[in-house]
Structures are given as C-alpha cells and as structure tokens.
Design a protein around this ligand. Structure first.
Ligand code: CP
Ligand code: NVA
Length: 304
C-alpha cells in the first residue's frame, strides 16, 4: 500500500505515468465518456482547514469515478474534541477505501498514515501541498512539454507550496528561483540537499524572475499563520508579481497561483487576469491529476 504525503513519494517515472493518465482521464471526461471504476467505493476527506478547490476537485472526481466522497470537518467530528489522530485513522480506514487529509503539521498526516489501512493523500499541510504542484506541472506540460531544464520563479513566502516546488525541482530537474524577504528563507525539512542547479534564493524579485519559464506566487499569510498577518503584510510589500516582474521573465512565461489570490497584494490584477495567467487551468487540473493518483493508489497502473 502506498500513500501520497509529500511530492517526493512518487518517482519521476511515476509522475510521467500519472500525467499521461490524467491527460487521458481529462480527454475522456470532456468527450462525455463514463468511466466508473469505483462504484461503491468511498473517499474520506478530513478538513482541519478551509478549502474550495481541494474539496470540489476530490468530490467531483470521485463522483465521476462512480464513487462517493465523504466531507468531514474536524470541528464537527470527535477529532475537533481531542480524539487522537491514530484512533481516527484506525476507525475511518476500516470503512472507506482511501482518505484525503488537510491539516496543520505534517506529523499529523504522517501519524494518520501510519495507522491507516488504506492509502492517504495529502490535501495540504503546513509543510507541503503535493497535489497542487502535480497539477501545476501538468498544466505546464500540457502547453510546453517537459519542465526539465526550465526555471520557475517563486516570488513570496517560503511556504507549503514553494517547499513542494523545491521537491519537484529535484525530481524533474528544473531550477527554482525563490525571492523572499530576509528572515523568510526556505527551511528544508526533508533532509535532502538542493544544489544550485535546483535552487537559488534571492532577495530581489526582479533578479529571481529573470528568464523564468513560470512565475508564481501565493498568499503571504497561509492558513494557520493568521496571527502574523500585520507583520507579514509589511514584510511582503515588495514581493508582488506585477507586469514589470513578468517582463523580466521569458515572453512566453506562464503565471501560476494555487489560489485563493489577493489581487493587489501578492499579484496585480493585470497579471492574474492577463494573457499569461493559467490559474483556472491549474485549478481544473487539480481534479484530473488527483483522479489519476486515486486510480493509481487503488488499482496500480492502467494500460489502455
Ligand atoms: N489551491 C487550493 O488548495 O485551494 P483550496 O484551499 O481552495 O482547496
Ligand atoms: N499557502 C496557502 C495555500 C492555500 C491553498 C495556505 O496554506 O493557506
């Protein structure tokens, strides 16, 4: 049994398979073809934080597969009243076929997975957001083919999303340029070393964006960090993706954002609503790529 808790849980070869499979699932769905391998199967979804895209993409995807997705918010379950995560994992995994968890510390989902009888997928933790980066790289690949050798410029917080881009840089062999204010540099948590061919930190966002193939950002205040809002709004004031920043990148560069976005804060409306932005494709592709992951974790590789 496999879990998907960090981006590094799959190899490059597995991602290539998953992207191919996501493309097939996407194309068949758009052609109106029914594909229901999971009739009578259930995805349990535990949310300890808010969500729009993650909930909708998993729930719609599971319905398209002929199965059911069960939405649970920790505040409405015994988890919110202190039931140990290990006990919750034991109980839920006896009744459902696969679980998605959105929570705070990565250690919570790790403990859940250790006690689960079924595969567990990370739907965002404080440290990582693997499903997002899988969808983002698929979005790039759909347009331009392989991301190998390309440059991704991240302007903003060293958070769960950028930390996942970093894991992806090593697996796909591209470079992550990260521009953040002093004091917000990336903490690498997976024990790996990332050489200059995969990772460079800048304080100047213009330098980071130079010649990039993708320019991307995220909120400066992630869920769970709300008490730092005032300080962060001040510290990130110069780390906004503007049209001037986009001009540093390649002419065909894409703008990405995992969403939700705050126009005028981390990105200007002209950029996120402009011609280089692929944010709606990223959101939609969450569903297609996650369906490929669910199918892979439950059935293995499908050869058709
Ligand atoms: N990008 C993303 O995970 O969005 P939600 O928080 O709406 O799920
Ligand atoms: N970094 C953001 C991503 C939201 C999808 C957060 O964790 O709140």
């Amino acid at each position: 049994m496999r879990h998907y808790l960090q981006f590094s849980d799959f190899t490059r070869e597995e991602y290539e398979y998953l992207f191919k499979r996501a493309g097939i699932l996407k194309q068949r769905l758009k052609a109106g073809q029914l594909y229901q391998p999971f009739i009578g199967r259930v995805l349990g979804m535990i949310f300890e934080k808010s969500s729009t895209r993650t909930r909708v993409s998993f729930e719609a995807g599971m319905a398209q597969f002929g199965g059911h997705a069960m939405f649970m918010q920790s505040k409405d379950t015994q988890l919110g009243r202190g039931e140990p995560i290990e006990d919750v994992a034991q109980v839920i995994s006896r009744m459902v076929d696969i679980v998605m968890v959105r929570t705070f510390e990565q250690s919570i989902i790790d403990r859940f997975a250790e006690n689960s009888k079924v595969p567990v997928i990370n739907g965002l933790t404080n440290e990582y957001h693997p499903c997002q980066i899988m969808a983002d790289i698929f979005t790039y690949t759909e347009r331009f083919g392989s991301i190998e050798g390309k440059t991704v410029a991240w302007i903003g917080d060293s958070n769960n999303v950028s930390r996942t881009w970093l894991q992806a840089a090593k697996i796909f062999n591209f470079k992550l340029n990260l521009a953040c204010p002093r004091g917000y540099e990336m903490t690498v948590l997976d024990g790996q070393t990332y050489g200059p061919e995969h990772f460079e930190t800048f304080n100047d966002p213009y330098q980071a964006a130079r010649n990039a193939d993708i320019v991307t950002t995220d909120v400066s205040v992630s869920m769970g960090y709300e008490r730092e809002t005032l300080q962060r709004k001040k510290d990130f004031i110069n780390y906004k993706v503007s049209e001037k920043i986009m001009l540093q990148a390649k002419a065909e560069a894409l703008f990405m954002h995992c969403l939700p976005a705050h126009r005028g804060e981390e990105v200007d409306p002209e950029v996120i609503d402009g011609p280089q932005s692929v944010v709606w494709d990223e959101a939609e592709n969450r569903m297609h790529t996650q369906k490929a992951v669910i199918e892979y974790l439950l059935l293995g590789k499908i050869e058709d």
